[in-house]
Structures are given as C-alpha cells and as structure tokens.
Unconditional design. Structure first.
Lengths: 487, 109, 167, 632, 457
C-alpha cells in the first residue's frame, strides 16, 4: 500500500519541486521520473501475476459522499502503470534538445499528469477514477496550448471541450451507478456486483463508451485528434498518443465491460462496427496525408480502432492483444513522434514532400526509424505483431468478416507507413535535407531504448502476457458470469 | 365610526383581492408603458399600495394585526425607497439631463 | 347600502390609478396618484384600520408625494417632456398588463373565498393594538427598519450632494 | 550431437552474422565482412548437411525442438519451436547451400559498393528469416519467417534507396506480400478455430482423418493460397516480382529465384494434407498457376532487360509449380523448386556476371557477342538455359515433365497450356542467350574494351550451380526411367503422395512432345536471333498489338493503378477533405458554431433597455403563472 | 442577534469615523468588527437560538452568515488602493456595505417574512446606492437606475406573494406557514399557490435567475468592480440562503407544486447564462452571465429536497464566492493597470504575474468545475442531488451547459497564458495577495477535502 501511494504521489511531489526549480527542471524531473520508473519496475517484480488486486490502498477520503481513496494494482493495471512509468522518462528525455520557455512549468505539468494517469490506472473508486481522469487532462491541455504550434488555442480548446464533454457524461453514469449502489459508495467491486436491467445498462454503456471513445479516439469521435496531435508540441503529442489514449482503452476494460456486460453485449456490434470503420477510414485518410505528424495521428486512430474492436470481441485473445498492443502502441507511437520531432527540430518542417533522402545523411536515424515503422506495421518479431495478431484473432473469433476488414490494417498500414518512410528517408537528398545531422546524445539514448523495447517485446512477450493473463481471464469470467445470470 | 364601519362590512374578500390585483396590474402597466423614470416609480408605488390594501383586508379577515404591522413596514420601505430612488434619479438627471429610461442603454449585450 | 360605498370607492381607485399612468403630464400623474392614495385611505377607514389610514395619509400623501412633486419641480420636468413610447409598445404593454391581470385573477379565481369580510375585533386597527404587536413580536424588524432608513438616508445624502472631489 | 542440440544453430548463425555485420558495417573491413557473412552461412550449411544425413539415418523422421513459449492467450499457445523433417531438412540445404554460393558471389559482385557491410547483414538476416520459415513447427513461427523474408526483400530491393523508383519497387513488394499475408493470417485464425491449434503436429493428424470437401477446409486452403500468391508471385499479385529486379543481382538470385518466392510452394507442400481435402482449392491453384505461367511467359517474350526476362521466367516457373500443386503433384512441384533453385540462381548469377562486366548495363539491345569475352559465364548460363528449357537430361527436364505428366492426367487443357508455355520458355530463354552472347557487340566501343570475365569468387559459384543444374535431376529420376524417385520417397512422410496413373507409353509420349516443343522453340530462336540477327526495337517503336500487350506486361500495373491505387487515393482525399473535414468535423465545429451563433442571438435580448427588460419580466411572470396553473 | 448588532455598531462607528475624517482607521475598524461578528458566529455554533420569534440562528444561518462575513471581509480587504483616489466618502461606502451585510444576515436567518422583507430591502437599498456610487460615471448611473427600477418593481411581486401567503395562512411566521401546510394538505387555500409562485419570482429576481435576470449583466457591468464583486458573491449567496430557507423549509410540503415552475426557471437560467456568456468580449460582463448560470446550478438544490440541500448549497456557494472574489480581485488589478476589463487586457498576463495568473487560473477552473477544485465538488453535489430523483435529462442538460461554461472560462486562461500581450506588470498590494492566496487555498482545500464544510449544516 505504501508503495502504491508513493508511486502515485511521488510524481505529484516531484511536480511541486520541479515547479520551483527554475533552470534545473530538466534534470530534476528526469531524476524523479527515473525513480518512479524504478519503483514501478520494483513493484512489477514483486507483483504476483494472478488475478488478485495487490498493493491495495483503501483509505477514507470524503466519507460523507461515500468516496474513498481506494486504489490497487492487478495485472491489467500493472501493465499500464508500467507503460506510464516507462514512457514518462522517455518523453522527458526526448525533450532535452528543446529549450522550452518556462521549463519548470513544462516538466512540472508532465509530472503532474503522470500522477493523474497513475490515479486513473490504479483507482478502484469511480470517483477517484474520475478525478484522475480530469487531473490528467488539465496538464496536457496546458502543455499543448502553451507550447504548441500554429492555431493551437482553437484546436486545443476543441480538444479540451470535446474530451471533457465525454467525461462529463461518464460522470453522469458514475453518479447513476453510485445511486443504484445500495451501499452508496463508488467502490468498483460494489459496482461490479450491481444488477442493472438491460435498459439501464444500455444507456450507461453509451454514457461511458462515448467518454472512452472520445479519448481513444474511435470513429466518428476522432476529429479533434489529428489537429491536436499536429498542433501540440511533440512531447504533448507523445503524452496524448502514448499514454492518454490508453486511458480510454483502460476505461473500457476496467469500467465498461464488467459493470455493464449486458450493455456491452447488446451494443458490442455497434462498437465493433465503429472501431472497424475507423480502422479502414483512418488508414485510407492516412494515404494522402502531407504532414507526417498528421499521418501518424491518423494511423493512431486506425490502431486504436483495432484495439477497441479486439476488446469488444470479448475473448481472451482480443483482450490480451489489447493489453500488449496498449504497451506496444505507446512505445511505437512515441518513437514515431520522436523521430518526427527530431526532423522538425532540424529542418522546421514535417511536410512529407519537403523531405527525402535523410537516410543518406543520417543512417542511424534511418535504421531506428525503420525499426519503429516496422513495429508500427506489426512485422513479426516486433512488439506490434504480438498485439495485432492477438487482436485480429480476437476479432476473428467475433466474426470472420470483421477480421477480414480489420485485417486490412496490416496492408494499409504498410502502405502509408512505408510511403511515408520512403518519402522522408529514402530517395535523393534535397537542399533542405542535405544539412541534416544524424542523431546524437539523448536522441540516441531514447531511440535505442525504444528500438530495444520494440524488439525485445516482439521476441519475448511472455512476461507481459503472463502479467495480464490471470487478470484478463478473471475479468472475462466475471463478465460472462454476469451475462449468464442475467440471461 | 365603529358603527359606520360595521355597517359597511359584508364586502366579500374576493372583491378586495380583485381590486388589489387590478390596481397592482395598473401599476405594472404603468411601468410597462411609460418612459419617465419618475412616473414609472410612481407606478411602482401604486403596486405597493395595492399590496397594502390587500394585506389590510387579509388582516381584517383573519382578525390578525400582524398584517397591518406589515403594511407599516412596507410604508417604511416605500419612504426609504423614494428617498434613494429619487436621489438616484436626480443623480442620473444631472449627468444625462434626462429622466427618460430609454436614454440609458449604454450597457447592453 | 354599506357595501356600495366600497364599490364606489373601488371604482374611483381604479379610475384614478388609470389616470396616473395615462396622464401625459407627470405633474398630473402625481396629482392623480394623490387622489388614488386618498381613495386608499378611505378603504382603510372602511376596513376599520384607522391607524393605517392616518399613516397612509401622512406618509404617502404627505411625505412621499410631496417628494415626488418636489423632484419633478426641481428637475423642471413639469412639461410634457416625455417623448411618449411608440403606440405599439403602449398597446403591447397594455395587453401584457391585461394578460397579467387575467392570469392573476385567473389563478386567484380558484379562490372561492367569497366569505364576506366581518370585523371580529373592532379595535384591531387601533394604535393601541398595533403598537402592542409592533413592539411585541415585531420588535426586531421594527428596530432593524431603522437600519433601512439609515441606509436610505446615508445613500440619499451621498448620491444627491454635489461631490467636488470626484471630478 | 543430436539434431535437437544442433538445429537452433542453423538459424542462429546467420542471425549472428546479421548482428555482427550490422553493427560493424562501418568499422569492419570489407574482407572481414565478407568472411563473416559467407562463413556463417557456410557453417549453417555444414550443420544442415549433418542434420540432413543424421535424419537420413534416423528412423524417426520428424523432430520437434521446443525453444520457448512465445505467445499464449487463453487457449492459444504458440511456442517458438522448430520442426526438422525431410521437407524442412532439404529446404535447409537449398537455403544455406545456394545461399552460401550467392554470398560468396556477392563478396566480389558488391565489392565496390559503399553499403557492402549493410548488404551482407541484410543477406544474413534474410537467410535467418528463411530458415525460420522452413523450420517453424507451427504456422505462426512460419509466419515470422514469412513476413521476415518480406522485410528483407523490402530492404534489399530498396538497397540503392536513393533511387526513388527502386524504393517504390521495394515498397510495392512489401505491400503486395502483405496482401497475401493477410490471407495467410486469416487462414491461420480459421485453422485455430477449426482445429484448436496452429501446430502442424496437431493439425495434420486431425485433418488426415477427414473427408474431402469440408467447407471450412476449403476456406482455410483458399486463404492460405492467397498468402502463397503474394509470396510466390502468382496472379494477380505477381507484379512486384519483376519490379523487384531493382535490387542487386545476387538478391534477385537468392530471394526472387531460389528461396523466398518458393516459400508459398513450401507452405502448400507442407499443408498438402489440408489441400488434398479441398479439391476445389486445388482446381483454383492449378488454374491460377497455369495462367500465371502462360502470361508471364508471354510477357517474357518481348522484354529487353536481361533481369526482367529472368524475372518473368521465374514467375512463369512458379506458375508451373503451382500447376503441379494444383494437380496434386506436391513432390513434383517441390522437385521443380529444387531444380529451379539451381538453374535460376545460376541464370541470375550469370546475368549478374554479364551486368558486372557491362558496368551495370542491363538492356540486351546493347549487348551481343559476349560469348568470347565471358566464356565461363556463357557456358554455365547455357547449361542453365537448357535446364530451364526442359531439355534432357538436364534437371529441368525431369521436374517439369513430372508436373506436366501429372497435369495431363488431371486435365488435358492445363497440360496443353503448360506445354505451350514450355515452348515459350525455351524460346525466350534462348532469345535471351542469343541476344546476349552471339552476334556482334552493340554497345559503345569504349565500353567494349573494358569487358572481361568475372573474378573467381563469381565464377566458382556459377560453375558449382551449373553442375547442380545439369545433374540435379538425378535426385528424383522417375520410375519410368528406372530411377528410384528418391525425393518422392524421402518426402513421403510429410507430403501427400499421388501415384501417377499413366502408363509408361503415355509418359514417354508426353516427354517426347515437350522435348520436341522445346527443341522447336530453340531452333526458331536460333533462326531469328542468330541467323536473322534480329534485335528488339526501341521502346518507342511501333509494335503489333500482341507484342505491345506483352511488352507492357498486359498493362497490369496500369490496371492496378487505375482500379486500386487511384480510387484509394481519391477515396482518401474524399474522406479527408470532405467526409472528415467537412462532415464529421463539420458537425462538431457546427455545434460550437451553433452555440456561438445562439449566443450572438440570445445576447441581443439584453438590449440595454429597461422597458424591454421589465416587459420580458412581466412576460416571464405571465408565462410562469400560466404554465403553473394551466398544466399543473 | 449579536452578529447583527456587531455589524450595525461597526457601521455606526465607521460613519462616525468618517465624520472625523479618520480614513486610516476605517479598514481596521471594519476588520475588527467583522472578525468579532465572525467570532460570534463561531460562538453561536451548534445552538439553535430563536430571537424574538423572528430570527433563527441555526447552523444553516450561521454557516451562511460565516460565508457572507468572510466574503465581505475579503471585499473590504480589496478596497486597498481602490477608493482612496476616487472619493472622500469612504466611510459611507463602508457603512453601506456593512448595512447590506446586516441585511444579509437577516436574510439568512429569518424566521418571519417581515424579517426577510426588511433584510432584503436593507440589502437592496444599500446596493442601489452602491451601484451608483460613481456619480459621474454614466455606466454607474445607469446600473444604479436600472437596478433600482427593476428591484422596486420586483419587490412589488415579492410583496404580493407574501400577502397572498399571509392571506391564506394568516401568519408571516415560517413555522406557522409550514404547520398550516402540514395540517391542511388537502384544503390549502387556493390563493396560497399564486403566492408561492410570486414569491419565487421575487426571490428569483434577487438571485438573478432567468427570466428575471435581465438586470444582472447591465448592473454588474456598470457598477464599480468592487461592488460587482460584492453583489455577485456575497449578495448572491445570501439570496440563495433566503430562497432555500423559505422553499426548502416552510414550503417544502408543497415541493411537488413549485418544482415544475422552478424547473423551467432552472433550465432557462442555465441556458441563457451559459450561452450568452459565450460571446462576451468583456470579462466583467462574462462574469455576470456566469453568475447567472451559477444561479441555475444552485437552484438544483431545490429541485430535489434532501436534508443535504442546505449543505450542498453551502459548498457550492462557498466555491462560487471565493472563486469569484479571486476573479474580481484580478479584474480590479488589471483594470487599474490597463483601464479596460475586456479579455484582451488579460493578454500575456501570465508571463509577468505568475502568481496572479495562477490564482485566476484556479478560480476559473473552479468556476468551470474541474476536479480538485471546490467548484467541481459543488457541481458534483448539485448533479448528485438531482440525479437522486433520476432527473437524468436535466443533469444531461446541465452538463451540456457546463461544457459551454468551459469554453468561456478558459477564454481568460487562454488570454493570460497563450496570447501575446503588453506583458503589463501588475502592482499587487499585499492585501490583494492575502485575499488571493487565502481564496485559492480555500478553493483547493474544499476541492480536495470537502468534508470540512460538507457536514456543517
């Protein structure tokens, strides 16, 4: 329990320290993020991979409203906690080459967001979950709106209002559940135990699903995303795509499926249909994108669509695939955005047509970029494959046509990713790219870590799968059991 | 005097209510149709008086003096309001040389 | 016979109050208002609320109306300076008023309190009676009314006096 | 040392080579890179030989070697494990053997290239993935290799990435492979659903007890075949292979002739138990194979690029192999894989030698009369040509005739087309030979003086391959010639067998006809290109309709462009510009806009006019009273 | 009782001090007086004294008195550098604010309609004057006149309502009215109902609920900022307490009847307040509309009556009061520096004045209802309250409105941090800093641990 509290509040304390640290914010925040990572790894090592909730903290908070500080980690949580703690140091490191104005605020916000994210990923109290959900949103809004690019104010406002719209409806659902709960508290287990009729479950499903769908985002709730990703500073984009997006997925797994299984059962068709439409739709759009960042943004929509479809297929493969893919997508997309950031930092453009031939002048970048691209297109042996394979299998168990259409992602993904890679890295160098210098220092460190993760997870994903297996199985049993008792 | 009033009794309470409502509404119409701040203010006084009358009627009807005490308070208010209101109007007049309420529409939207 | 007096006075009240709001000249309005108040005094007498009748006479007709007149004269607004509202607005205003009276009376219509007003205690409206009430249960609001009057006084002085500093 | 103890070394060595060469590509000397690159493959080859012979002497013909659990989720358990059996062991030999020769050849061929180290690391990686493909004991491990070779193909085709056209060709190869891969993957899913496993050892015994015609199995096999189509360049997914000639020539030899493209055939042969249960699929395979063989052969007739001719011939030969698979001649097809590996690697390397000598000139219209300058190359290539043309007693004759005989038994039309294709094959191959080596030199005089025979490192592999191409047919001499059909025997534990139901006379007749056809084609080519000294016309010159069709590859690329690429791009633009920006985002923004407009409108209520305010208040009061007392 | 006396005496003392031109002594005097009043509030805590049958100082009253006193105290602290340059009548201003506060104390603790009426009028009359305190300023004049005319007009309706209720029940005492309702559930006099509606209208006017809100934006904009701060925070809180005391107390047996019209008022208020605020270019006017919208949320507490309604309103009112005080304090600072209260004048504020900007950000987040600020807890309680009756559609509607709210509250944050401006450096007097910091701390503490005020009532 102490470990968990430390895990959640260390970044918060770090944020406060960083906020007052002036010029040395970079270093301090890095140290704190690394300590958090160490703590998370330590916890992961001492984690017993069964279905139980561990490191549980259950403290009274606002007793009158039935709100407790109830948090704990099971296999599913552990995975996303790890993801968060791995990516935050990477993201902080990736910012080293930038000299952002107000660095202390910048890094403090990142650490603050980390706390919020960890709260989301560990909370077992719906109210706490909601608090974390919003607490993670505010910092990223400020990061994107303060250090972002062109038209950032309008775009981020849209993003903010859009996501908060979803979350407010989720709040509606949470309150409703609270009132339904005879114990009048927000405890997740009490919510699991509720018996709601299918009408209630139906609208609760939508109240939650829209919040999560906007966060992920799933077609047609995605239109905030490409603009925001493009306009945000790269670290903001990484936070958004690497971690924040997983909040939506995690929410579906943790809060949607077990609480309203009947609703999920009734509406899974729609959810999967939307997800799959999103896959194809976003992939097709990605074909002709001119801005590399926007292209990756659309690719992210496609990938998330697959994850969501895999989850709603409600089987072990899909769910496990979603778990792995959450981590993989986080790592890959951060890598992609980082490479684009490196290019942007040097050449001040992410326009695909302006680039070309960078491989000639920056062979190391070309190689790591290729590995990341391959991870993204799910080449066997990379982390992307494990997730996508399991997801497609999960979707396949749901329906062969769904899998066939969702599977288009492996073709389309290759098309747009390689098209981008070719136009950016290959071909002849032009006047702009001739001056390009290869990666160095922290850039190398970050990219090598990412590449190592891509390959190691691709070759030996077993620890990861093992970590989540029992929890996922338990969750599915829970869902199925509830479905059976209702019917 | 007591004799006289005893003789005059027998008016249904309803009619007092109607009378008050009508006078009250006349006051409202005055507020609605006039532009002169003072006349509007006078219409408001009309409304207050309608209320006073009704209160007294209720007071008599339920044989309870508190209604009439309340009228007293209303009169006190009316006095205070008139003092403040008229000084506001005077103040406005000093600045705008008008007590037409339509002149005052800088603050809008 | 007795009730006819009420209806007669009531009709006068209504007519005079209508004159108040429809008189073009504000001075006339004030004068009509005084008349209206006078009819109200009569009503109070009829209701055996002698104290109120006296207070109404003194405070309203005496003090308040004089104040109105005084201000009107002070501002030299005795002419028909008011650029009257467009007829449309007037008509709409009157219609709205009629609607209000209809709805008010309509909502009160349900009130079938047609029981005639019987004076149970002839001394109800006497000073003695009211004084006991005022300095008994209503002592607190009565005392606190002084705050109201004081505030009004301070305010009236504050607003009316010429302020040299603020220029 | 047992097979179990050694087998993991076979893929590991090339992988080590990849890592070392990859990391040291800038620091290691070229010599060392070459030694490491070739050496690991040689070592693998030696181990493979050892494994092959110990398997030969072993009663147990199938060894499964478990390495570690790779993926497990629910009922799905995918171990990373290897399967050593006759089929894979012989594939190991081809991959490492030919692979080694090509590596050796490359040390010389690529010697002057800046990316020497990179090239060898890629080649090593390719061998690694190919070995994984054939060694995998389940479809998923096979899929790793399957996609991995696709990746290496991408890397190697785009080796000279500064040329955009090459990079595009690489991308095209990868994407087309991916289309097939999706089919493969779906097939695997279906298999898992149907059999509850993706392990060969669990699927095939179950399938062996089933009756043909099961719909699920038909679907599985069709999906798998789609996968094979992509990898083995069959209609309609073959257009990537000719473009893949953008890579360095050893790559073409290794990947696009000897190994990777045969993965599809390997996979179908491996799954022959399943395919046998699905006659419908088999028919499709046979038809597609035949069509591919014919169309590729027709295209090859008019090509002027020496590597393009060979590329189309590869496609055509692959078509043959699929024809064989379709008619149930799994062994025959696999036999053809083997012989084709020999002579096609030989031909490509020979072509590489020519190109090397010509300083990267590939257009045959600028060659001619090279026989004297490049005697070794000419001789070895001639052997390869004869082998591919199916003239006895060279290897191609045996394998091709086995397929044709099976096809004849199965369906006469397929046989006829196959025969016609054989005729075309002989013609265009000899056309290539004659255009290149006989007649007069057609290039510049300056270039002519620099032409000389390739160094030893290049010619030795040519010679070895020539020998193999000549005598390789010996491993499966059919019974009709009194042979013992060793290969058929060797593969019998793994691959479904069919007894050829033809009598010997028919067999002889068939062989005679095909040999005659090949001879006729040879003679026609000789008369046209040697006697007639015919040279193909320039690109722009007018051609007859058929020649035009052939020369422009039946406009397949254009058709695909028109049918798929263009509409997709248009769709993309439509989605992005209209649907996404205008419609979906429009709704979202519209809500914001609407609220803003509402704000603009409603704020006008606040007109600043007290009279109006009071009026609104009165109106509100009336409405509220009415609402309360009329509706409550 | 003691509280009112203390405040009144302070007011008299202040007036006298003004007479002797002891301007320096005014603020300390006031602060001491208010702190004493606050002390009395604490002392009376837990008791439920009834004074003369007119005032009931129960915890509800005391809690709201406390908020009003603290709010007023803050307002007084903000007078530093505000009035001195403008006029020498500070004593009168102080006294008027204190009179208004006394009126408010009456409003939050009344037990008799007469007290409500007198308290309300003391407050209103003081405010009419305060709104017009800048005599030469057209805007101030206009605000004053508008407020006065409409206020007097609405008083008529309030009185009519009181009269009708009196006519039906024969008493002004809340307990007796409630007893009447409980005793005659079936035979309630028909004139009682319009009385209730008219009272609702009168009180809605005071708290600025639509469609009786029209005075709010104009008066708020035209009045001096400090007075606007007073009006929109403390006064509003008192108005709600009065509203709640009557409707959640005496009139609660008739809840079903008056809920329907109240629902209409709530929806209109939410919609008009939020939507109109969206387009405003002027920060002050935006705050006025936002105060209308908050009135809508506050009225939620009356839609479902529970024992917690009072404390819910308290939390919300506290959150709203302190956040608004911050907003106005910053507004005053900015206006003093730039002379404008449009959004543009906030541009680039964050760069030079990180503390002020941070405080304003917290205030805006709280007003918008972002978790970990008091505003969220307040909104949450309101939503929860309504959801209890499963008025899901109403909550959904409120949520949509809250969304609009995010937009305009963030406008000022955007202006401060993300827009380039003149980078003016504000001179922030000490008292302002104190007020800002205390308010921020209160806002965040309530946001994180609302239990401290959740159970007060």
């Amino acid at each position: 329990m102490e470990q968990l509290l430390l895990l959640i509040f260390l970044p918060l304390a770090g944020a406060v320290i960083t906020a007052f640290s002036g010029k040395s914010a970079k270093i301090i925040s890095t140290v704190i993020a690394v300590i958090s990572l160490g703590l998370a790894l330590f916890m992961a090592c001492s984690f017993i991979p069964d279905a139980s909730t561990q490191f549980e903290a259950n403290l009274p908070w606002i007793s009158d409203l039935g709100i407790r500080f109830h948090a704990g980690i099971d296999g599913i949580s552990m995975l996303v906690v790890l993801l968060t703690n791995i990516l935050i140091p990477i993201i902080i490191l990736s910012s080293y080459k930038h000299d952002y104005k107000n660095p202390s605020a910048f890094y403090a916000l990142i650490l603050f967001m980390q706390s919020g994210l960890l709260l989301v990923f560990t909370s077992m109290d719906a109210f706490l979950f909601y608090i974390g959900w919003e607490a993670a949103l505010i910092p990223v809004y400020f990061i994107c709106a303060f250090w972002g690019g062109k038209d950032r104010i309008r775009i981020n406002m849209k993003f903010f209002v859009y996501t908060i719209a979803g979350s407010l409806f989720m709040l509606l659902g949470i309150i409703y559940l609270y009132l339904q709960n005879p114990a009048h508290n927000f405890d997740i287990n009490a919510f699991y135990a509720l018996n709601l009729d299918s009408y209630q479950q139906g609208w609760l499903f939508w109240a939650f699903f829209i919040a999560f769908a906007i966060k992920m985002p799933i077609f047609p709730f995605h239109t905030w995303q490409p603009d925001t990703y493009t306009a945000a500073p790269t670290q903001g984009t990484m936070l958004l795509s690497g971690i924040m997006l997983k909040m939506g997925i995690y929410g579906v797994i943790r809060w949607l499926l077990p609480i309203v299984p009947q609703g999920v059962h009734d509406w899974a068709n729609v959810a999967i249909a939307l997800s799959i439409i999103g896959i194809v739709y976003a992939s097709v759009i990605a074909f002709t994108q001119k801005d590399a960042k926007r292209l990756v943004a659309y690719s992210s929509i496609a990938h998330v669509g697959l994850i969501s479809a895999g989850i709603f297929a409600l089987n072990q493969q899909g769910m496990q695939g979603a778990m792995v893919q959450m981590l993989s997508h986080g790592i890959n997309v951060v890598g992609l955005f980082f490479v684009l950031d490196i290019i942007y930092a040097r050449l001040k453009t992410n326009k695909i047509e302006d680039l070309g031939g960078i491989a000639k002048v920056a062979p190391q970048l070309a190689i790591v970029f290729l590995i990341i691209v391959l991870g993204t297109v799910a080449l066997p042996g990379t982390n992307g494959f494990i997730g996508e394979f399991l997801l497609l299998m999960g979707v396949y168990n749901y329906g062969i046509w769904a899998a066939a259409i969702a599977g288009l992602t492996i073709i389309f993904g290759a098309v747009y990713m390689l098209r981008m890679y070719q136009n950016v890295m290959l071909g002849k160098t032009n006047e702009l790219t001739i001056s390009f210098t290869d990666i160095n220092g922290t850039e190398k460190l970050v990219l090598y870590i990412i590449c190592a993760l891509i390959i190691v997870l691709g070759v030996y994903p077993k620890p990861l799968l093992h970590l989540t297996e029992a929890s996922v199985q338990h969750l599915l049993e829970q869902v199925n059991q509830k479905l059976n008792t209702v019917n | 005097m007591g004799n006289l009033t005893t003789q005059l009794q027998g008016v249904p309470l309803n009619h007092y209510i109607y009378l008050s409502a009508i006078i009250f509404t006349i006051g409202v119409i005055g507020v609605l149709t006039r532009r002169n701040a003072i006349v509007i203010f006078m219409s408001v006084e009309l409304m207050l008086n309608a209320v006073n009358l009704l209160l007294t009627a209720f007071s008599v009807h339920s044989n309870d003096p508190s209604g009439q005490v309340f009228v007293f308070f209303i009169m006190a208010l009316a006095a205070a309001e008139v003092a403040v209101g008229l000084s506001i109007i005077v103040m406005v007049y000093r600045n705008t040389k008008s007590i037409d309420i339509n002149v005052l529409n800088r603050l809008k939207w | 016979m007795g009730t006819q007096v009420f209806y007669f006075v009531a009709t006068l009240s209504i007519i005079f109050s209508l004159m108040v709001i429809f008189a073009k000249n504000p001075i006339h309005s004030v004068l009509y208002l005084i008349l209206t108040f006078f009819t109200f005094t009569v009503h109070y007498v009829l209701l055996n609320a002698q104290f109120l009748a006296v207070v109404n006479f003194i405070v309203y007709m005496g003090a308040i109306m004089v104040l109105f007149l005084f201000v009107l004269m002070l501002l030299n607004l005795n002419k028909e300076t008011e650029p009257s509202k467009s007829p449309l607005i007037k008509i709409v205003g009157v219609i709205a008023g009629c609607c209000l009276v209809v709805t008010l009376i309509g909502s009160l219509k349900a009130a079938t309190i047609s029981s005639p007003l019987i004076l149970k205690n002839p001394g109800l409206g006497l000073v003695e009676n009211l004084g006991k009430e005022l300095f008994g249960p209503f002592l607190l609001p009565f005392e606190l009314s002084s705050l109201l009057l004081l505030a009004a006084m301070v305010g009236a002085v504050l607003l009316s006096k010429k302020d040299e500093v603020e220029a | 040392m047992t097979i179990e103890q050694l087998i993991w070394l076979v893929p590991l060595l090339p992988f080590l080579g990849f890592v070392i060469n990859g990391l040291g590509r800038n620091s290691l000397s070229k010599g060392l890179v070459g030694v490491i690159g070739s050496g690991v493959i040689l070592a693998s080859f030696i181990i493979s030989l050892f494994i092959f012979f110990s398997l030969n002497g072993d009663a147990q013909k199938s060894h499964e070697v478990f390495l570690f659990d790779w993926i497990s989720a629910g009922k799905l358990h995918i171990p990373l494990s290897f399967l050593v059996d006759p089929l894979s062991s012989i594939m190991l030999l081809i991959i490492t053997g030919i692979g080694f020769l090509i590596h050796l050849y490359s040390t010389s061929y690529m010697h002057d290239d800046a990316g020497f180290g990179k090239f060898f690391s890629y080649l090593n990686l390719f061998v690694f993935f190919m070995l994984l493909l054939v060694l995998g004991s389940n479809y998923i491990v096979m899929f790793i290799g399957w996609e991995g070779v696709g990746l290496c193909s991408y890397l190697l085709i785009g080796f000279w990435y500064t040329n955009s056209a090459y990079a595009s060709a690489a991308k095209k190869a990868f994407v087309m492979n991916r289309i097939g891969d999706l089919g493969f993957l779906l097939g695997v899913f279906l298999m898992f659903n149907f059999f509850g496993s993706v392990e060969f050892a669990k699927i095939f015994p179950q399938a062996a007890n089933m009756l043909p015609g099961n719909n699920t199995i038909v679907l599985i096999t069709i999906l798998l075949f789609i996968g094979a189509c992509g990898k083995s360049a069959q209609l309609p997914l073959f257009t990537w292979l000719p473009d893949a000639m953008a890579g360095p020539t050893p790559v073409s030899a290794l990947i696009h002739a000897a190994t990777m493209v045969t993965a599809g055939i390997y996979m179908i042969a491996r799954s022959s138990v399943l395919f046998d249960l699905a006659p419908f699929t088999q028919n499709i395979i046979a038809i597609i194979g035949t069509a591919t063989a014919l169309i590729a052969a027709i295209i090859a007739l008019t090509q002027t690029d020496i590597k393009k001719v060979l590329a189309y011939s590869t496609v055509s030969q692959l078509g043959y192999m699929f024809l064989g698979l379709g008619v149930g001649a799994y062994t025959g097809s696999f036999f053809h894989v083997l012989t084709h590996a020999f002579f096609k690697a030989l031909l490509f390397l020979g072509a590489g030698s020519v190109i090397h000598a010509m300083h990267h000139e590939q257009d045959m219209r600028h060659m001619g009369g090279l026989r004297k300058k490049l005697p070794v190359t000419f001789l070895t290539m001639m052997i390869g040509t004869i082998a591919i043309a199916g003239l006895p007693p060279f290897s191609g004759f045996f394998s091709k005739d086995e397929i044709l005989a099976n096809a004849y038994e199965h369906n006469k039309v397929l046989w006829a087309i196959g025969l016609f294709t054989a005729f075309l094959t002989a013609f265009y191959m000899f056309r290539m030979m004659f255009l290149t080596f006989s007649g007069k030199y057609r290039g510049t005089h300056h270039a002519e003086s620099h032409i000389h025979e390739s160094p030893k490192a290049m010619t030795i592999p040519l010679i070895i391959l020539a020998v193999l191409a000549a005598i390789g047919g010996a491993i499966n001499i059919p019974h009709v010639f009194g042979g013992n059909a060793w290969l058929e025997h060797w593969l019998s534990p793994v691959v479904a067998q069919h007894e050829l139901g033809l009598d010997h006379a028919t067999e002889y007749a068939l062989m005679g006809v095909s040999v005659l056809a090949a001879l006729a084609a040879t003679i026609y080519a000789y008369s046209k290109y040697v006697k007639g000294a015919h040279v193909p016309v320039a690109d722009e010159a007018p051609r007859s309709a058929l020649a035009k069709l052939s020369y422009h590859k039946f406009y397949l690329d254009e058709v695909y462009d028109f049918l798929i690429t263009k509409p997709l791009d248009a769709l993309s633009k439509f989605f992005y510009r209209i649907l996404d920006s205008k419609f979906i985002d429009g709704i979202v923004n519209g809500l914001g806009w609407g609220t803003n407009e509402a704000s603009k409108g409603i704020r006008l209520l606040q007109s600043g006019n007290v009279g109006f305010y009071i009026f609104m208040m009165v109106f509100g009061i009336i409405a509220l009273l009415l609402y309360t007392f009329l509706y409550i | 009782m003691n509280i009112i006396i203390t405040i009144s005496i302070t007011a008299f003392l202040v007036l006298y001090a003004g007479l002797f031109k002891a301007n320096k002594a005014l603020l300390p005097l006031t602060v001491v007086g208010l702190l004493t009043a606050l002390g009395f509030t604490f002392c009376a805590w837990g008791g439920n004294a009834v004074h003369y049958g007119m005032m009931q100082t129960d915890n509800f009253a005391l809690a709201f008195s406390g908020i009003c006193i603290v709010g007023t105290l803050f307002i007084f602290l903000l007078t530093q550098n505000y009035f001195h340059s403008k006029s020498d009548n500070i004593a009168e201003y102080y006294a008027l604010i204190l009179f208004a506060l006394a009126g408010m104390i009456m409003m939050v603790s009344y037990k008799n309609m007469a007290m409500l009426f007198v308290g309300l009028e003391i407050m209103s009359v003081s405010l009419y004057i305060l709104a017009g305190i800048r005599k030469k300023d057209f805007a101030s004049n206009e605000a004053s006149l508008k407020y006065f005319l409409m206020g007097a007009f609405s008083t008529g309706f309030l009185l009519f309502g009181i009269t009708l209720i009196y006519g039906a029940t024969g008493s002004f005492d809340l307990d007796k009215i409630e007893a009447y309702l409980i005793a005659n559930p079936q035979t309630i006099s028909p004139i009682f109902y319009p009385g209730v509606i008219l009272m609702m209208i009168g009180l809605s006017f005071k708290v600025g609920a639509a469609p009786f809100h029209f005075w709010t934006p104009d008066v708020y904009e035209g009045s001096p900022s400090l007075i606007t701060a007073f009006m929109s925070t403390v006064v509003k809180t008192a108005g709600f307490a009065a509203f709640l005391r009557l409707f959640a107390g005496a009139l609660s047996p008739l809840h079903e009847f008056w809920m329907a019209p109240l629902l209409v008022i709530v929806c209109l208020t939410l919609f008009i307040g939020n939507v109109t605020a969206l387009f405003q270019k002027n920060f002050k006017r935006m705050l006025a509309y936002s105060s209308i919208s908050h009135a809508g949320y506050l009225l939620f507490s009356l839609i479902t009556l529970t024992p917690q309604s009072g404390s819910n309103v308290l939390v919300y009112a506290a959150a709203y009061t302190f956040a608004s005080i911050i907003a106005f304090a910053v507004l005053i600072l900015v206006k003093q520096k730039t002379g404008s209260d449009s959004f543009e004048s906030f541009n680039g504020l964050g760069k030079r004045n990180p503390l002020v900007a941070l405080c304003l950000t917290v205030a805006m987040l709280s007003l918008a209802g972002i978790p970990l600020t008091a505003g969220f807890i307040g909104k949450y309680l309101m939503f929860l309250n309504v959801m209890k009756e499963y008025q899901i559609l109403l909550v959904a509607f409120a949520i949509l409105n809250a969304l609009v709210g995010f937009y305009y509250y963030f406008k000022v944050i955007v202006a401060m941090y993300f827009k380039d401006g003149a980078e003016t450096e504000l001179s922030t007097p000490v008292q302002y800093k104190v007020v800002l910091l205390i308010s921020v701390v209160i806002t965040i503490v309530i946001g994180i641990y609302p239990a401290i005020i959740l159970n007060l009532i």
